[in-house]
Write a protein that binds this ligand. Structure first.
Ligand code: FAD
Length: 405
């Protein structure tokens, strides 16, 4: 009897935990947006600012500086801007997001990101309301009921850009006015904030000086200690950085001559996620493009394979297993694979700030000596997650840098 009661209590606790994190998830999507961002304000700051990283957060912060004629430079480690936003134009008859793809938040977030008033959005979106999905556990391939698909959509109504991408959105609305200020191939290796001016060193041996610095590299890059801080970061901050879960993972995009697959196949994994999905869903495209998104523990089995080609082979073999050899018969041999988890300037896929302890998030957002500030998806105080979270964090952190503290 005692065991039964304990079991019942355990189930009840698990249920409450699930429900409370679900509520957090749903709340994040809708009610947390700011009325105004730094885009709607004006600033008279006279110092020099360096932004480290030209991803969504860094570009957004730069847009505010550009608007206010403030002196700034963006130091970007790679030879391109966008960070975890990237698009491919060659594989299909529509542009494909190789990084971020879905709009997890309510569409009005797009206006907030652009600084546009009102709730009428300009972009054409596809509601991501799936109609044909399956579960796959390695042996059984089972259809998910339509009521489950409906529930998922109603609970968290996501969408995708119809003829465009997240990369295009950020490129056109944010990067366009600031890209001339990016210094590419400049991986920052040291930030010294012990004097009045902050000294920023790059791996190429250059030293840049500024009054204030905004760091927007991913939490994976901060975890990897590629950037040395002088003075060193506090133990509290290091602990907060290490507490953030930043799953390794990759996106593989494959082209087929026939569409033999459903909207999505959710694969059973111990943790994280693994899903095959129709990237052309409702795109009115001719190309048959299937994605494989893997994040978390199950990525390890792919990372043990020796090459990209072996990863593709393994994905095709799994599909053949489900679809009786149909995948290899219809595969065109064309693919794009982006291994975000092992990319030295990313070191992971995404974070879910809204699931972390408030105290840790606060620590991550604290500036260092009123000189070094932080922005990026994990620094989002509006709990939007992903690209909106990164952009809004850019606006929020640059406002703090230019005004208070
Ligand atoms: C496969 C995948 C799928 C995703 N799907 C979605 C989705 O559907 N919807 C969504 O909203 N979000 C999604 N995300 C998350 C989203 O892409 C990120 O939240 C967002 O792009 C993060 O932007 P950021 O500016 O914070 O960081 P980043 O994009 O990581 O930008 C950081 C920049 O800093 C640069 N950098 C790194 N180290 C240094 C250094 N030492 N010196 C100088 N520069 C440096 C990097 O090169 C990069 O340009 C996905 C991410 C991945 C990887």
């Amino acid at each position: 009897m005692k065991i039964k009661i304990s079991l019942l209590l355990l189930v009840l606790c698990l249920f409450c935990l699930t429900v409370s994190s679900c509520f957090k998830w749903a709340a994040r999507a809708h009610d947390k947006l700011p009325d105004q961002t730094a885009l709607n304000k004006s600033y008279t700051y006279k110092g020099k600012v360096i932004i480290i990283g030209a991803g969504a957060a860094g570009l957004a912060a730069a847009k505010v500086l550009e608007q206010n004629n403030i002196d700034y430079t963006i130091l970007e480690a790679s030879d391109r801007y966008g960070g975890r936003l990237k698009k491919n134009m060659t594989l299909a008859d529509f542009p494909i997001d190789i990084g971020a793809e879905w709009i997890h938040s309510a569409p009005i977030v797009l206006n907030k990101m652009k600084g546009k008033a009102g709730d009428q959005i300009d972009e054409e979106l596809i509601p991501y309301h799936l109609e044909e999905t399956y579960n796959w556990d390695g042996e059984k391939y089972e259809k998910v009921s339509q009521s489950q698909n409906d529930f998922m959509y109603n609970f968290l109504p996501e969408s995708k850009f119809k003829n465009s991408t997240w990369y295009d959105f950020v490129n056109e609305n944010i990067a366009a006015t600031v890209k001339h200020k990016i210094q590419f191939n400049s991986p920052v290796s040291e930030i010294n904030y012990s004097d009045d001016k902050v000294q920023v060193k790059t791996k190429n041996g250059e030293v840049h000086s500024a009054d204030k610095v905004l760091v927007t590299v991913s939490i994976g890059v901060l975890k990897s200690n590629h950037i040395k801080f002088i003075p060193d970061l506090s133990k509290e901050r290091k602990d907060a950085i290490n507490a953030v879960e930043f799953l390794p993972g990759f996106k593989l995009v494959m082209k087929f001559t026939e569409k033999f697959y459903p909207d999505a196949i959710n694969c059973k994994v111990k943790s994280g996620e693994k899903v095959f999905y129709d990237i052309a869903f409702k795109k009115e495209a001719q190309s048959n493009i299937l994605g494989l998104l893997v994040a978390g523990n199950s990525v390890e089995e792919y990372y043990k394979l020796n090459s990209e080609e072996e990863i593709v082979k393994s994905a095709i073999a799994e599909l053949d297993n489900i679809f009786n050899g149909k995948a290899s018969k219809t595969y065109t041999g064309e693919y794009v694979l982006e291994n975000w988890g092992q990319h030295q300037f990313t070191m992971g896929t995404w974070t879910k700030a809204f699931l972390h302890k408030k105290s840790e998030l606060k620590t991550l957002n604290k500036p260092l000596d009123k000189k070094v500030y932080f922005a990026g998806e994990i620094n989002d105080t509006y709990q939007q997650m992903g690209v909106p979270g990164a952009v809004l964090s850019g606006y929020h952190s640059i406002d703090r840098l230019l005004t208070k503290e």
